[in-house]
Design a protein around this ligand. Structure first.
Ligand code: ZN
Length: 318
């Protein structure tokens, strides 16, 4: 099967390592959209699969997918009323502790996967640290994080890091074709995903057109209108990441259009609109905007700085 861990050898080494040391604690990290979580679940399946392959069809593999496997616990942030991802609190860490206090029913491992582990509160992290410090039976802990900088150093130092890298465009194209996408769709999504296979797959069902429309509207807004817009996007953490991504691609396309490099444009569906929007800027201004978007993106993801301030500053640049 096509693994989302792009390197099959890395996957095999990981499984062998787990067998050698009887478990272990891991950090799957890298930007979002690289399939870290899918790979973590696949890793769990490969360890629990009754046929030892991840066959995806045995009872063990099916139960992991349904999240009812007695030896595999998957923890993730809960979603709030307005669609925002909540933090992962100490209650969830207690649930993990309780789960690990039992012997594996299958006779292999107790496996815990924490998705978006960078959303663990400090209190939860301190409690999780104790789990890492205590000797466990045959247990595997996998923390999945796009922003490991938000995790305590003491936690990071106890995890075996597995870094996820971007894929070449051709490989993503092949993956999408393998999933039944037609040639044009696969081509466009592979371009737009910029090396991130899971994002490319997501784009097959949601090409992020809404976010791109929102950026075009933003360009025409007054300063006051832009600040209202900041308030709206602050309500949804996932939303503002997608929006900054979309902004990055659009301004990149505008720059390419300015330079006459039309065949490198990613958002082919929005080409006309992008041309009109590009006409509003001096060519020299667009790279500054791209840098500002990148900077804002880093501030929002990797630091605890004031998101409102960062976004408002960006609004003054666009
Ligand atoms: Zn199986």
């Amino acid at each position: 099967m096509a693994s989302l861990l792009s390197n099959q050898n890395a996957f095999r080494r990981l499984t062998e390592r787990a067998a050698d040391i009887g478990g272990g604690s891991y950090l799957f990290w890298g930007p979002k959209g690289l399939g870290k979580m899918e790979a973590a679940v696949e890793f769990a399946k490969s360890l629990e699969c009754l046929k030892k392959t991840p066959c995806l069809n045995c009872r063990s593999c099916v139960d992991i997918d349904k999240r009812i496997h007695p030896d595999v616990l998957i923890v993730e942030p809960k979603i709030g009323e307005s669609g925002e991802e909540k933090e992962i609190g100490i209650g969830e860490v207690r649930r993990i502790k309780h789960f690990l206090s039992f012997f594996p029913q299958s006779g292999s491992y107790k496996i815990v996967v924490v998705d978006k582990a960078d959303r663990l509160t400090e209190e939860a992290q301190n409690s999780f640290l104790k789990i890492l410090e205590e000797p466990k039976g045959r247990a595997i802990l996998i923390l999945v994080a796009a922003n490991p900088g938000r995790l305590l150093e003491t936690i990071l130092s106890r995890l075996f890091p597995v870094k996820f890298k971007t894929w070449p465009r051709e490989e993503i194209y092949r993956l999408l074709k393998g999933k039944g996408a037609d040639e044009k769709t696969a081509h466009v999504a592979a371009r737009k995903a910029m090396g991130r296979p899971a994002l490319a797959e997501e784009m097959l069902s949601d090409p992020h057109d809404d976010e791109q429309e929102a950026i075009f509207e933003l360009i025409d807004k007054s300063a006051a209108g832009r600040f209202v817009f900041v308030e709206e996007i602050l309500k949804n953490e996932k939303g503002n990441e997608d929006l900054l991504d979309a902004g990055l691609f659009l301004f990149r396309d505008m720059l390419l259009l300015k330079l006459g490099l039309n065949d490198l444009v990613v958002n082919v569906n929005f080409r006309e609109k992008a041309e009109k929007a590009a006409a509003k800027y001096e060519a020299g201004k667009i790279p500054d905007i791209i840098r500002s978007i990148l900077k804002t993106s880093i501030i929002l993801k990797d630091t605890n700085a004031n998101s409102r301030l960062a976004l408002e500053n960006l609004m003054l640049q666009i």
